[in-house]
Design a protein around this ligand. Structure first.
Ligand SMILES: [Zn+2]
Length: 310
């Protein structure tokens, strides 16, 4: 059925939602066109198990391989026993020249285990870092009203140091919205939040359009684990944080974070993802190509919708 065949109210919705943002499928059964994205897992394998600085070098190589001349935002930090570096670096690919920015971020640093070994960091957060290099490549095929900055943040695990330094040094009034991708477990559902935060309605609305456009089940979390999005929230910049998880696990996560005493979960229950990240289990065996492709498709659709609507 075409838009013109519908009554006026729906026809209006057709014209305002579907053009020229992402195409919202006619029905939930419409087949999803999966992006090709060759060598996604090979790229992920090249950073998993490596030190944060080496991961950064590899991700810069990936940006270059995708045709970008990436920028580096260096910032100084206070070294500590757990975080011995004196500087950090955020890695940036920039698209377009619009007067306002959309920032798309993922942290690429990894934590260290008690014995000093570095965590593999496939789920948290190598997968999303690699995906964003591909998001940048895909977005280059689109004409953008905004300047889009794909930023891979350093030292998130040490207290959001990279994103805080970025927000401090940025022209904050220029930033229309920030999208943060952290944790890619499986291709069941996209989790997003924290929707109890104020000022982000336009971004949440854009995400719902992107979920419909990509045929993705999306679950809103009033409370959601903190990541680099918090640095932007603190500066009053509209934002959302997203992650991919199995459907059951996403609901378990929701109950753990939002269910309170009446969650129905047994005492001490811990969702699988929280037993994987920051442990030796976060390795290449946990990599999920379908979830990475899904994340790519949703983030591209979201940026295009925000570019159109903000
Ligand atoms: Zn993380």
């Amino acid at each position: 059925m075409t838009c013109t065949a519908l009554f006026a109210g729906i026809a209006l919705a057709c014209s305002t939602v579907a053009v020229p943002g992402p195409d919202v499928p006619a029905s939930p059964e419409a087949p999803r066109q999966e992006s090709a994205l060759p060598d996604l897992l090979a790229d992920l394998a090249s950073i998993v198990g490596r030190e944060t600085v080496e991961r950064g070098d590899e991700l810069l190589r990936m940006f270059r391989e995708r045709g970008f001349d990436p920028g580096v935002h260096e910032f100084s930090t206070t070294p500590s026993e757990r975080q011995p570096r004196e500087t950090g670096r955020n890695l940036i690919a920039t698209l377009g020249t619009g007067p306002r920015d959309i920032v798309v971020g993922a942290h690429y640093d990894v934590v260290r285990l008690q014995d000093g070994a570095v965590v593999g960091g496939a789920v948290d957060n190598g997968a999303a870092s690699v995906v964003l290099t591909r998001v940048a490549e895909t977005l280059r095929r689109h004409e953008l009203r905004h300047r889009v900055r794909v930023v891979l943040f350093d030292l998130e695990e040490s207290g959001l140091l990279g994103s805080r330094a970025w927000v401090q040094d940025a022209d904050r009034d220029r930033i229309a919205a920030m999208v943060n991708a952290d944790v890619v477990v499986s291709d069941g559902a996209l989790m997003y939040g924290p929707t109890s935060h104020d000022g982000n309605e336009a971004v949440y609305r854009g995400l719902r359009v992107a979920c419909a456009a990509s045929g993705t089940r999306c679950i809103d979390f009033p409370r959601y684990p903190p990541s680099d999005d918090r640095a932007f929230q603190a500066a009053g910049i509209p934002n959302v944080s997203i992650g991919m998880n199995g459907t059951t696990e996403a609901h378990q996560m929701w109950l753990v974070l939002n269910g309170g005493a009446e969650s129905g979960l047994r005492a001490g229950f811990m969702p699988e993802v929280l037993q994987v990240i920051h442990t030796s289990r976060d390795s290449m065996e946990r990599a999920n190509e379908a979830a990475m492709k899904r994340l790519h498709d949703v983030v591209v659709a979201l940026v295009l919708e925000l570019d159109r609507s903000l």
